[in-house]
Each structure stands twice: as structure tokens, then as C-alpha cells.
Design a protein around this ligand. Structure first.
Ligand code: PEP
Length: 252
């Protein structure tokens, strides 16, 4: 049975005091709203990771980063490595978010290096894939996602791959208020699982957690998560409101 999961991507939001307040509220709310089925992960900006570790330790909420650099240490001013994240106790790291692909020009090969670095350092990558609106409109979405997975993930050994979490995030749905329909999400998640089956076999395909991301809210989460191949969500905007975020985590 696959683990259900809801991960919150705060992006570049909240100042230190607001982050502290968010962690406090989450830790309080989860006492009465702990999901029976889903694991919850919070991915705040780097400067708040240590605070998150301290304040959420008791709650059972997992902590993730939003990015990392593929080298462990060295002359890479401004970067944070997977090795550093691991030494802090961080468990997850988002890799390949569409905002990093578009704003920072991160390509398949660079993302492959990042995935490898997380795994070597004991961090679970939450690997994002998904097509742009014109790619959806032209009907190219399966090929786009297949290429993203092939070039950045499918070089991994089966043992390495078994640690990876995939997040299907159609770019046209991110932050737009227009989520993929449950049917569109299921169609792509099923396709991704088929690709994993082809590359790694039945057991690995059955065990891989595939999250949906893109305007997922407490209103539409249940319909999305009901699909057999949708194992939860990577949540942006709605993760900034603890009540909504926990309502989503309780939508299985
Ligand atoms: C995201 O940024 O990963 C995301 C899914 O954002 P939103 O939920 O705001 O669409």
C-alpha cells in the first residue's frame, strides 16, 4: 500500500515571525486534525528550516527544502547543498519545480545531478514534472512529461528510484486557480506509473508515490485524491493557510 502524502511548498513567502507563527499554528492544529492516512511535509524557505525542525519535531510533520545544489561543499556562493540539508535533519527536497525550470533555466541534466545529490545524501527528492499550457493544448503533454522523467530520473538504479517521490504539476495549473480535472490528473498519473512499470517493473510502479500539484485546495482535493493513481498533493498557495493545508491533508 502506497503512502499518502501532502507536502506544502511555501515558495518565497513569509518573514521569520510569520513563519514562526505558522509553525506554532500547525503544531497546535495537528493535535486534533492529524490525518489517519497521509504523511504531512512542510517545505519552508531555507532560513526557516531549522526553526521548522525545532517547532514541528513533536508533531510528526516532515520537513523539506525547496531546492538544493548538486555539489556537497565548495565555492558556490549563495547555494545550499543536499549534504548541508541532511546535516540539519531535513528529510525531503523539491527538485525541478517549474519555477526553477523557467526562472533559473534548470535543465534535465542539471536536475538529474540534483536528484542524484539528494539520494547520495539521504534526502528524498520530490521530483516535479509537468507540461506548459501550449504543450497541453497541442496534445504533447505525455511526451513532455516522459522526457522530463527519462532524462532526470530513469538513469537511477531501481534501489535509488525506489526513494523518489514524483509530483505531476501541470504548469498551467500552478498558482492559476485552474486545477487539472480529476480525470486529467488520473490520466497523467496512470501514464507516469506505466512508464515506471516499463523502466523498473511492476513492484516499483506500484510503490511509487505520485503527487498532484496545481491549484489544489480544500475544495477540490478530495475529488483529485480519490483517483487510484493520485497519492496526494504538492500544495503551493493553500499551504500558506494552516487550516486549509490540514483540511487538504484530511481529504483522503
Ligand atoms: C506549487 O507551486 O507547487 C503549486 C502546486 O502551487 P499552487 O498550489 O499554488 O498552484
Amino acid at each position: 500500500m502506497r503512502q499518502k502524502m501532502v507536502a506544502g511548498n511555501w515558495k518565497m513567502n513569509k518573514n521569520f515571525q510569520e513563519a514562526e507563527q505558522m509553525f506554532e499554528t500547525l503544531a497546535e492544529l495537528i493535535k486534533d486534525n492529524k490525518p489517519e492516512e497521509a504523511e504531512i511535509v512542510v517545505c519552508p524557505p531555507f532560513p526557516y528550516l531549522e526553526l521548522a525542525m525545532d517547532m514541528l519535531q513533536e508533531s510528526g510533520i516532515g520537513i523539506g527544502a525547496q531546492n538544493c545544489y548538486p555539489k556537497d561543499f565548495g565555492a558556490f556562493t549563495g547555494e545550499v547543498s543536499a549534504a548541508m540539508l541532511y546535516s540539519l535533519g531535513v528529510q525531503y527536497c523539491i527538485i525541478g519545480h517549474s519555477e526553477r525550470r523557467s526562472n533559473f533555466k534548470e535543465d534535465h541534466a542539471f536536475l538529474a545531478e540534483k536528484v542524484k545529490a539528494t539520494l547520495v545524501n539521504g534526502i528524498i527528492p520530490i521530483f516535479c514534472c509537468g507540461e506548459l499550457l501550449p504543450e497541453r493544448e497541442k496534445g504533447h503533454y505525455f511526451q513532455i512529461v516522459e522526457k522530463q522523467l527519462k532524462e532526470s530520473l530513469f538513469f537511477l538504479s531501481a534501489i535509488e528510484f525506489s526513494k523518489v517521490i514524483i509530483a505531476y504539476e501541470p504548469v498551467w495549473a500552478i498558482g492559476t486557480g485552474v486545477n487539472a480535472s480529476p480525470e486529467q490528473a488520473q490520466e497523467m498519473h496512470h501514464y507516469i506509473r506505466q512508464l515506471i512499470r516499463k523502466n523498473y517493473g511492476e513492484d516499483f510502479a506500484d510503490e511509487t508515490v505520485i503527487l498532484y500539484g496545481g491549484s489544489c485546495t480544500s475544495t477540490n482535493a478530495r475529488a483529485l485524491f480519490e483517483n487510484p493513481d493520485v497519492d496526494g498533493g504538492l500544495i503551493g498557495g493553500a499551504s500558506l493557510k494552516p487550516e486549509d493545508f490540514l483540511a487538504i491533508a484530511n481529504s483522503f
